[in-house]
Design a protein around this ligand. Structure first.
Ligand code: NMX
Ligand code: MLT
Length: 438
């Protein structure tokens, strides 16, 4: 059976040739223009980055190598006994642009499981951290510390050719992906359930199967399936989102995948990005506490207005690119629709009712360009239902997932020889001069 490395080796030469041709034939072709609003407005909409694994359409949402979420759900292998996409089949698609076979997927699961144990010094580091340190800070620290093991950094120090960079980057990426579940689970156990033994990595389980097992919820098949879907869907969201862009920027200095991904995690830890999933649950529970259980649509509208009038954002709504409901939100809602016990859950009902009225309120408020829910609006309430109620942990799960896309990009950036990222900044004086004589 082909390994992911074999599959990559097959596709890299054609992509290298394609990029070379693009640079030679179209290096000077104009595909957009730069306005002052781009410079002062967070570069929104500026086309300025190469990212192969996924592209985000404002109306349709994400496509992974051209496949929509429902298409991925049809063609990507699930775990034995499961139905949902798993991290391994998504990783294979992102890395190689091909759909893996069942056998390739199983082999990748085994390869990751074999690499999955944490080195002892990282266990000691994580165990020494205060329980009150936010789980995302712990995750970023643990990932950065793993760089002691970096094969890329060691090879670079030895002196290697540029053409070899990608192979060591892949090696580090596989080790990091493999170890994220043990690291993330250890953080959860230390913070919320200390003192109980954590199972080791089971070589016969998929990555998320092992993760859920180590978190202590291994007997919950539905939660395992939900997390498989969750982790596959959060894996990549083109390159411009803050965490992916950070990984790419830091990686472009040839800092190793551990350092690049730890930097990405600290971007993910901001409330306008990944931390929004924790904020959504906190906000929905505050709503429930304030209004009670029998919440009407009008009650929710009032609560929404109070949030907006106090100057806060409505977490889980709006987006930098999307201009319609996020298909990841829809896919997670669909997961609930097939399970009557989830539909009866008061917090899940609250999230659904909020979705009924929030777009209308946000439209009337008139500020956000996208009044629709993003993935974070839906992702936490199902975890809460299954007993994973510690919402300060939710972004860690996102962090386990986003490694799929960020590490794929690091491998490809090295295979394609992409340069250090270094855009030009401007002062207001320079902008003034430019607008007078462009
Ligand atoms: N609630 C209230 N106001 C909002 C919201 C919202 N959900 N979304 C945007 N706005 C405001 C925004 O703050 C800005 O106000 P001002 O002019 O005073 O600065 C205005 O609407 C225009 O913003 P947009 O251009 O629509 O949004 P932008 O691209 O700058 O930001 C987000 C995108 C996602 C940061 C923004 O919509 C937001 O803060 N949403 C809530 C937080 C959230 O759910 N983030 C998760 C994103 C997904 N993820 O996982 O990363
Ligand atoms: C993401 O998944 O990264 C978020 O939806 C934010 C983004 O795409 O900008």
């Amino acid at each position: 059976t082909k390994t992911i490395r074999d599959a990559l080796e097959e596709v890299i030469p054609a992509k290298q040739a394609r990029l070379k041709q693009l640079k030679t034939e179209h290096g000077q072709t104009v595909i957009g223009d730069i306005k002052v609003e781009h410079v002062v407005g967070g570069m929104r909409g500026l086309k300025a980055m190469l990212w192969e694994s996924s592209v985000l359409d404002p109306m349709e949402g994400i496509r992974f190598h051209g496949l929509s979420i429902p298409e991925c759900q049809k063609v990507l292998p699930a775990a034995p006994g499961g139905k949902e996409i798993i991290a391994e089949s998504m990783l294979w698609l992102l890395m190689t642009s091909k759909t893996p076979t069942e056998a390739e997927t199983r082999q990748l699961s085994r390869e990751l499981a074999e690499r999955g144990e944490l080195p002892e010094y990282v266990v000691q580091l994580i165990d020494s951290l205060p329980q009150s340190l936010h789980p995302m800070t712990q995750l970023g620290m643990g990932v950065a510390a793993l760089n002691k093991e970096s094969k890329f950094a060691a090879a670079y120090e030895r002196g290697i050719k540029k053409t070899e960079y990608w192979t060591y980057t892949l090696e580090d990426s596989m080790n990091l992906l493999a170890r994220l579940p043990a690291l993330a689970a250890r953080i959860y156990r230390n913070v919320y359930n200390p003192g109980k033994p954590i199972p080791g990595v089971n070589k016969d389980l998929d990555l998320v199967g092992n993760y859920v097992n180590m978190l202590g919820y291994g007997s919950n098949h539905d939660l395992t399936e939900y997390l498989r879907l969750y982790i596959a869907l959060h894996g990549d969201h083109e390159g411009g989102n803050a965490s992916a862009h950070t990984a790419h920027l830091v990686g472009s200095t040839l800092s190793d995948p551990y350092l690049a991904y730890s930097a990405a995690l600290f971007a993910l830890a901001g409330p306008l990005h990944g931390l929004a999933n924790q904020e959504v649950l906190r906000w929905q529970l505050n709503m429930q506490k304030e209004i009670g259980d029998n919440v009407s649509h009008d009650d929710i509208k009032e609560f929404l207005w109070r949030t907006l009038q106090s100057g806060q954002v409505v977490p889980g709504y709006g987006h930098g690119v999307l201009r319609s409901p996020d298909p990841r939100f829809m896919a997670l809602q669909k997961f609930c629709e097939t399970r009557p016990e989830l539909l009866k859950d008061p917090v899940i009902q609250l999230v659904k009712k909020t979705y009924d009225v929030a777009p209308g309120v946000l439209k009337e408020h008139g500020k956000t360009k996208n009044p629709y829910p993003n993935v974070d609006a839906a992702s936490g309430c199902v975890l809460y239902h299954y007993g994973l109620t510690q919402f300060k942990y939710y972004t860690v799960i996102f962090g386990v997932s986003r490694a799929l896309g960020c590490l794929t990009q690091l491998v490809w950036a090295r295979a394609l020889g992409l340069p250090i990222e270094r855009p030009k900044s401007l002062s207001m004086d320079v902008i003034d001069t430019l607008v007078k004589s462009p």
